[in-house]
Every structure is written in structure tokens, then in C-alpha cells.
Design a protein around this ligand. Structure first.
Ligand code: PCD
Ligand SMILES: [Cu+]
Length: 809
């Protein structure tokens, strides 16, 4: 085989490997309407199942009568908890070690809870059937406030008390009250309190990070097809963790795992919403077993917003202490976490509040203490999601607000306060007071670059002039400079401390090289829009010297993909990306032996060069990877098995710690509360960059979701537990109209333990973006006496802030 491309640069470019802004291969089908989503799956004789949902947030179910519903044309069956109980399927385990009702068992705990499952010939007949199911409810007192929940005599979950009404132990230890789920403590309480008591300066603040929802374009759904003849169940669904779903289905249904095939087809955005297991999945499976026909369940938008995994709902109280010069000495954080009716978070088992203990942020804080109390209320369960499944969003918001409040207390510039407290470059690997080992970072370089790019000093001078002009009555617009410096923690995780339901959080890649020098790689993760088919092929291209365009990446089918824990928590690049590189290296090692045999030299006398092995010192003697691939299938090589395949299961030694510096410049009209983002600068450091264009897309997406959450998006409840924002009329979803032009930038600080030095990036822009937008609003009002105000900063709330500060007088 002749090698047409000769220059080394051309050969590198031909691979479209690491660092190339390769166009996304998946977009050909997405932009032409040829994606294959769950709702695109249509099987012969397929039925549709849908839920009767509770209109009440807390009620006893006195009866469910399906008689009339069963007479509705097209309705085949109505499932209730009574039908599921004999199978032991009326409750299911949650990822947090709690259990959740699949269908209302005696009572309902939140509005929209699944009460009965109507199975019909199509969606319309199912809807008519739902109307005809008669449910008799007896309303019970509703608790939507977690603080009141902990004092209430109303026991929300009857399975949390013993016969004397005393709270039993939960999955994470003793519970203080029937409505209390867990207390999670990290750090040194006494030492921290002492440091704070003795400090020169202390700032205290309570903040509420409101409940919200990722609202992916595609709602959740599943299609179950039970083949009774062969005893095989196939389950398609919007699963971010298909293998884990297979294991859970096996454990709760009793079907053997090899008889279950779980397939995640294309997914229209996950954002953590599709990590957990939902009653719809279980009911579609049961209904398929009962009817012997495939059954589809697809949420509508209201179902999705009201009932599937929400995000946040954290009440956080902080105390931060410092010297007069601004050196931080201690941090104390108390959280009351509203988990709704069931604890269905997807945190690793040992971390009931996720990685909230990253709340010391990017700062060298010697002493710290965190306590989180999880509480049941009459709201939807979840807490899994939204561009950081593991509560890093909450942690970073908390510390970035505490820094701002401390700056006010010290009467100091907040950028400078950050600078003097950053962990220094030579302190990495850095051991944080709350137990993490930060792998690498260079915060000062990133911060200086950011401040310089936006002309920070110039902005502050302009802001000061604006304040004077406002006071003179010359303008009604004020200006805010939002700062945020974040450290993320992604890539769960080392199996030694991260598991979900006992499944260690490694990930995997399996590669098969075909004789003609093209390949297929299969991974344990699953893209929901991130572009894995593009980027993972790039990693391999550089590792094995075959063009990315000749490598198919496949994920999501448990019958073919190696076992993995799925995609969330920005873990795909840190974990599956590492497995991909390692599997590639195994391929390369075997290729080296084949090349040496073909070139008739010793193994050590050949070396890898871009897309070939060359004889050391004789570059004209080489075998390309394409030639080697062919030889692997057509030559009998002594001592070497035919074929060229490899698999790697990668257990990362640590997580990765991407970071970034964000700055937002915002103008606010105090009479209307309208915000106008003049500039948004985002510097991200995710270590080695695989695909700069995909990274930029990730940053744009994450920032837009950050804008949404900071400036208006919310799942709000009234005191009767009614969801007030259950449709897109009231739930803020930003469009191109609200979104500013983002300026992106980067530094590169590789992860020292990741095989290619890459860290995750998908979550970062959200984690760093929310505090940045929020700080911009709060900074605008700082000169007028504001210390802290809660998100979301919609126009009405901003107007109220201005009003309360006397700015309308
Ligand atoms: N250094 C670096 C890193 C990274 N990358 C790229 O980027 C992406 C991303 O990545 P990451 O970071 O690793 O991540 P992942 O794992 O893959 O993913 C996940 C994430 O992702 C994000 N993004 C996105 N996008 C889209 N489109 N869609 C979606 O859904 C989503 N989601 C979101 C979320 S929310 Mo969670 O679940 O809450 O936890 S988490 C999350 C991919 O493609 C990769 O490859 C590169 O290139 N480089
Ligand atoms: Cu995260």
C-alpha cells in the first residue's frame, strides 16, 4: 500500500485528532431531522401508557376505580399499586438508597405524582382513559418549607417511623425527625468555630439557591418490549446511564441481566434530568409483560417540569472569617436541602450531598466545616440534575457569594480578595480542608488574563462614575461587574470512594480495528448532545494513528457496549476518555510487535510516528497503521494472536479539577428591573483540549443555562404545593433574544493523572456562570447598600431590590 500523504504535518492533519476543531459527525443526521429518539421508535402492535397524576401535593388515596376507564374504547389495562404489589414493584429503589413509590401506595406526596398507569392503543385513547379513572383523595396538610417540615407533627413518609412513631435510621445514618433524611458532616466543627470566633473579620450570610429544572428539549420516555418466547426484554429509553438501568431493572424485576437489553438511542439533551429511574420506565416494562405487546411511555412538557428530577433547592448559611488584610482563615457552611417526597438524588453512595464539600472553592482555606441536612417535603423528588449532578453548582455559588459578602465586610475589592486567597500554582496537588485533592491548577494566571482582557480597572472606574451620575439624577441605569472564579470537580470517580448502588464508577472502551484500517470503538458512556462520536474518535486517532473519520464511536446499547456508569457529572472525558486512550495504547502496543515482525527488526527498534511505526534511525523503513491492521488479519505471526482489538476498564486515580474565570458586565434599569448584559467573558481551563469547537459549544450552552437560572428560571410552588411554573408560559427558557455574545478564552493546565491530561468541561460554564450573572446583579447594587439578595433575579425581583434600597424615592 502506497502512502500518498508525505509531509508530517499533512499526516497529522489527516488524522483530525487531538486539538482539531473537527466538525461534529452527529450533526449530519440531527440537522436533517434524521435523529433517532425514543419517540421515533415504532414497533408492531405498540401500545401507549400514560399516568393518572395527583392534583394534590399531599393526600390519602381512599380508592382508585378503573371500571369506567376500562370501558373507554382503546383502553386495555389500568395498573395501580395494588396490581404492582404482588410483584413487589409498587416501590422501587432510588439511586440515593431511599425508595420511591412507582404508583401511589395509599397516599401521594407531591403534585403530579403517578397514581395509575393507563395502557391503551394510542396516546389519545390513553388520555381519555386517564380522564375516566376515578380517584378519591382525602387531602392532608401540605409542607413545602423544609424548615417547617423538621418541626412538623405531620409525618410525610409513614415508612420512616417505627411503631412508636420514632424516626428510624435512614440510608445515611440516624435521622432526627420523621421528615429528616440525613445529616452529612465534613471537616472540623470545633476548630472552625474557634477560628471564626477569634477572627478579625467575619461575614455571615444565608442564601437560597432556588429549585429549578433543566427542561431538556426531549422529555423523558421509554419503550419496553417483552419477547415472551425468548424471555428477552428490550428497553429503549432516555437513559444517561443505560448499564446502570439494566442492572436496576434486573434487580427489581428478577429477570436475568443477560435477558435484558437496554438501549439509549439519540437523546435530546439530558442535563442530569435523565440519570435517575422513573416510574414510567417500570410501568412500561410491567405493561409490556402483562399485555405481551410493546408499550411506549413519553412525558409531555408539564409532566417533565413537574415530576422528573429537579435541581438545587438548597438553603445555605455561611460564615467566613479573615484577617484585616483579607486572608481567609475559616469557612462554616450549613445547608438545609429540600429533597421533596423521596430522596432520589444520583450522588455517589458515600456523598449524600454530592460534592458539596468542594465549597471551599478555589481558595486556600485552612479550616472548614460543612453540615448538610436532607429533608422531605411535598415536592417532586430528584435533585439529580442540571449541569452538575453533584451539587458543585451550589458549592460554587455559595463560596462565590461568601467572597463577595466578605469583600463588603472588609471594604475591599472582590477581585483582589480572590487573588490573595487563591491556591497557588506550587501548592498543587492541593489538599483541601474538606477532603479533596485538587489535581492541578494555575488560578493566578487565569485570573490576571481575565481581568486584563476586560480592563477590570477601567470598568471599576466607569462604574464609580455611573454611581455618581445616578446620585446626581443624570441616569436611571446602574452597572454591575460580576466576578466568578470556580473550581469544578468532575470525573467520578475512583471506585474506592465512588459508587452508585454499589456499582463502582469506572468506565470503559472497547476497540475493534477492521482489516482495512478502519475501526469501531464502543464506550460505557452515552452522549446526549455533547458530541462523543466526534471527540472520542479524535482521542483514538491520535493514539492509534488512524483517521478519526475512519473510526465509528458507538454508545448506549448494553448488548454491545462494555459496562460503564454513563454520562453525567462531566465524567465522560475524565473516565471514558481515559479508557479510550488506554485501550488505544493497547492497540498500539500490539501494532508495534506486528510492525517489528513485518520490518524484520526487534520490537524495541521501531517507534510510533503519527500514523505509522518507523525503524529507529531509518525513517524510510516503516509500516503504516493501515498496513499493520491488514497484517493483523492476514499474516500468521509467531507468538501473536490474529486480530487487533482491545478493551480498557478505567478506574481513575482521582477526579479532575477544571477551573475558570468569568466576568459579566451588566447594565440595570432600576425603574423596570430590566437587565442588559453588555459583555460576558469566560476563560475555561479544562486541561488538554480535545476539540476546541465542541468546547466552545459546551461553554455557550452552559452559560445560557446559567443565565436562565440566575435571571429567572424557577420551579416555584405555592403553599398548597401547587407547581406554579409547570408550563413554558411561566418557566423561563432563554432564547437567542435574551442571550448575549459570549467571549470565550482558555488556559491549559493538564491533569497530571489523566492519560491525555484532559479534564471535563461540560458542567463548568454552568457552575461558574450562575454566580457570575448573580454577582453582576448584586454588584450593581453594592454601592447602594445591598449585601445579598436571592436568585432568580427576574425583572420584578430586581425592581423590588431597587425599591427596597430607596432607589425609587
Ligand atoms: N478537555 C476536553 C473536555 C471535554 N471535551 C468535549 O466536551 C464534551 C463534554 O465533555 P465532558 O465535560 O467530559 O462531559 P460529558 O460527560 O461528556 O457530558 C456530561 C455533561 O454534558 C453537558 N453538556 C451537554 N451538552 C449537550 N448538548 N446536551 C446535554 O444534555 C449536555 N449535558 C451537560 C451535562 S449536565 Mo449533568 O448530567 O447534570 O451531571 S454533566 C453534563 C465532550 O464531547 C468532550 O469530549 C473536549 O473536547 N475537551
Ligand atoms: Cu458536577
Amino acid at each position: 500500500m502506497k502512502d500518498e500523504i508525505t509531509s508530517r504535518d499533512d499526516r497529522v492533519a489527516n488524522l483530525k485528532g487531538m486539538g482539531c476543531s473537527r466538525k461534529r459527525v452527529e450533526d449530519a443526521r440531527f440537522t436533517q431531522g434524521k435523529g433517532n429518539y425514543v419517540d421515533d421508535i415504532k414497533l408492531d402492535g405498540m401500545l401507549f401508557g400514560d399516568f393518572v397524576r395527583s392534583p394534590y401535593a399531599h393526600a390519602r388515596i381512599k380508592s382508585v376505580n378503573s371500571e369506567a376507564a376500562l370501558k373507554v374504547p382503546g383502553v386495555l389495562a389500568v395498573l395501580t399499586a395494588e396490581d404492582l404489589a404482588p410483584l413487589g414493584l409498587h416501590w422501587m429503589p432510588t439511586l440515593a438508597g431511599d425508595k420511591q413509590m412507582v404508583l401511589a401506595d395509599g397516599k401521594v406526596l407531591f403534585q403530579g405524582q403517578e397514581v395509575a398507569f393507563v395502557v391503551a392503543e394510542d396516546r389519545y385513547a390513553a388520555a381519555d382513559g386517564i380522564e375516566a379513572v376515578e380517584v378519591e383523595y382525602e387531602e392532608l396538610p401540605v409542607i413545602v418549607d423544609p424548615f417547617k417540615s423538621l418541626e412538623s407533627d405531620v409525618v410525610l413518609r409513614e415508612d420512616t417511623v417505627d411503631e412508636n412513631g420514632k424516626a428510624t435510621d435512614g440510608a445515611h445514618g440516624p435521622r432526627k425527625h420523621p421528615n429528616h433524611i440525613f445529616t452529612w458532616e465534613v471537616g472540623e466543627k470545633d476548630a472552625t468555630e474557634q477560628v471564626i470566633d477569634e477572627a478579625d473579620v467575619v461575614a455571615t450570610e444565608t442564601m437560597y439557591y432556588h429549585r429549578t429544572h433543566p427542561c431538556p428539549l426531549e422529555t423523558c420516555g421509554s419503550v419496553a418490549s417483552m419477547d415472551k418466547v425468548n424471555g428477552k426484554l428490550t428497553l429503549w429509553g432516555t437513559f444517561q446511564a443505560p448499564h446502570a438501568i439494566r442492572t436496576i431493572v434486573s434487580l427489581i424485576s428478577g429477570l436475568e441481566e443477560h435477558n435484558i437489553r437496554v438501549i439509549s438511542p439519540d437523546i435530546g439533551g439530558g442535563f442530569g434530568n435523565k440519570v435517575g429511574a422513573y416510574p414510567g420506565y417500570v410501568c412500561s416494562v410491567v405493561a409490556s409483560i402483562v399485555t405481551g405487546r410493546p408499550v411506549k411511555w413519553i412525558e409531555d412538557r408539564m409532566d417533565n417540569l413537574m415530576t422528573t428530577a429537579f435541581a438545587r433547592d438548597y438553603w445555605m448559611t455561611g460564615k467566613i472569617s479573615a484577617t484585616k488584610e483579607g486572608k481567609i482563615t475559616g469557612l462554616h457552611c450549613n445547608v438545609t436541602a429540600d429533597h421533596g417526597g423521596f430522596d432520589a438524588c444520583a450522588d455517589p453512595t458515600k456523598f449524600p450531598a454530592g460534592f458539596m464539600n468542594i465549597c471551599t472553592g478555589s481558595y486556600d482555606i485552612p479550616t472548614a466545616y460543612l453540615a448538610v441536612d436532607g429533608v422531605y417535603t411535598n415536592k417532586a423528588p430528584g435533585g439529580v440534575s442540571y449541569r452538575c449532578s453533584f451539587r458543585v453548582t451550589e458549592a460554587v455559588y455559595f463560596i462565590e457569594r461568601m467572597i463577595e459578602v466578605l469583600a463588603i465586610e472588609l471594604n475591599m475589592d472582590a477581585a483582589e480578595l480572590r487573588r490573595i486567597n487563591f491556591i497557588k500554582k506550587d501548592q498543587f496537588p492541593y489538599q483541601s480542608a474538606l477532603g479533596w485533592e485538587y489535581d492541578s491548577g494555575d488560578y493566578h494566571t487565569a485570573w490576571d488574563k481575565a481581568l486584563k482582557t476586560v480592563d477590570y480597572d477601567g470598568l471599576r472606574a466607569e462604574q464609580a462614575e455611573r454611581v455618581e451620575a445616578f446620585k446626581r439624577g443624570e441616569t436611571r441605569k446602574i452597572m454591575g461587574i460580576g466576578l466568578s472564579f470556580f473550581t469544578e470537580i468532575v470525573g467520578a470517580g475512583p471506585v474506592k470512594n465512588c459508587d452508585i448502588l454499589g456499582l463502582g464508577m469506572f468506565d470503559s472502551c472497547e476497540i475493534r480495528i477492521h482489516p482495512t484500517g478502519s475501526a469501531i470503538a464502543r464506550l460505557g458512556t452515552i452522549s446526549q448532545g455533547q458530541g462523543h462520536a466526534t471527540t472520542f474518535a479524535q482521542i483514538l486517532a491520535s493514539e492509534i494513528g488512524l483517521p478519526a473519520d475512519s473510526i465509528t464511536v458507538e454508545e448506549g446499547d448494553t448488548d454491545t457496549a462494555p459496562y460503564g456508569l454513563g454520562t453525567y457529572g462531566s465524567r465522560s472525558t475524565p473516565v471514558a476518555g481515559a479508557a479510550t486512550a488506554m485501550a488505544g495504547r493497547k492497540i498500539r502496543a500490539k501494532a508495534q510487535m506486528i510492525a517489528a515482525y513485518l520490518l524484520e527488526v526487534h520490537d524495541d527498534d521501531v517507534e510510533f510516528d503519527v500514523d505509522r511505526f518507523v525503524v529507529k534511525g531509518a525513517p524510510e523503513r516503516f509500516k503504516t497503521m493501515k498496513e499493520i491492521a491488514f497484517a493483523a488479519y492476514n499474516q500468521a505471526i509467531p507468538g501473536i494472536e490474529p486480530g487487533l482489538e482491545a478493551v480498557s476498564y478505567y478506574d481513575p486515580p482521582n477526579m479532575t479539577y477544571p477551573f475558570g474565570a468569568y466576568i459579566c458586565v451588566m447594565d440595570i434599569d432600576v425603574d423596570t428591573g430590566v437587565t442588559d448584559i453588555r459583555r460576558f467573558y469566560a476563560l475555561d481551563d479544562c486541561g488538554t483540549r480535545i476539540n476546541p469547537m465542541i468546547i466552545e459549544g459546551q461553554v455557550h450552552g452552559g452559560l445560557t443555562e446559567a443565565l436562565a437560572v440566575a435571571l429567572g428560571q424557577e420551579i416555584a410552588y405555592d403553599d398548597q404545593g401547587n407547581v406554579k411554573t409547570g408550563t413554558l408560559m411561566d418557566f423561563f427558557l432563554p432564547t437567542a433574544w435574551e442571550v448575549p455574545n459570549y467571549e470565550t478564552d482558555h488556559t491549559v493546565t493538564p491533569s497530571p493523572h489523566h492519560p491525555i491530561g484532559a479534564k471535563g468541561v461540560g458542567e463548568s460554564p454552568h457552575v461558574g456562570g450562575v454566580p457570575c450573572f448573580s454577582n453582576a446583579v448584586q454588584d450593581a447594587f453594592r454601592p447602594f447598600g445591598l449585601r445579598h439578595t436571592n436568585m432568580p433575579h427576574d425583572h420584578w425581583r430586581i425592581w423590588k431590590t431597587a425599591n427596597s434600597l430607596g432607589m425609587h424615592d
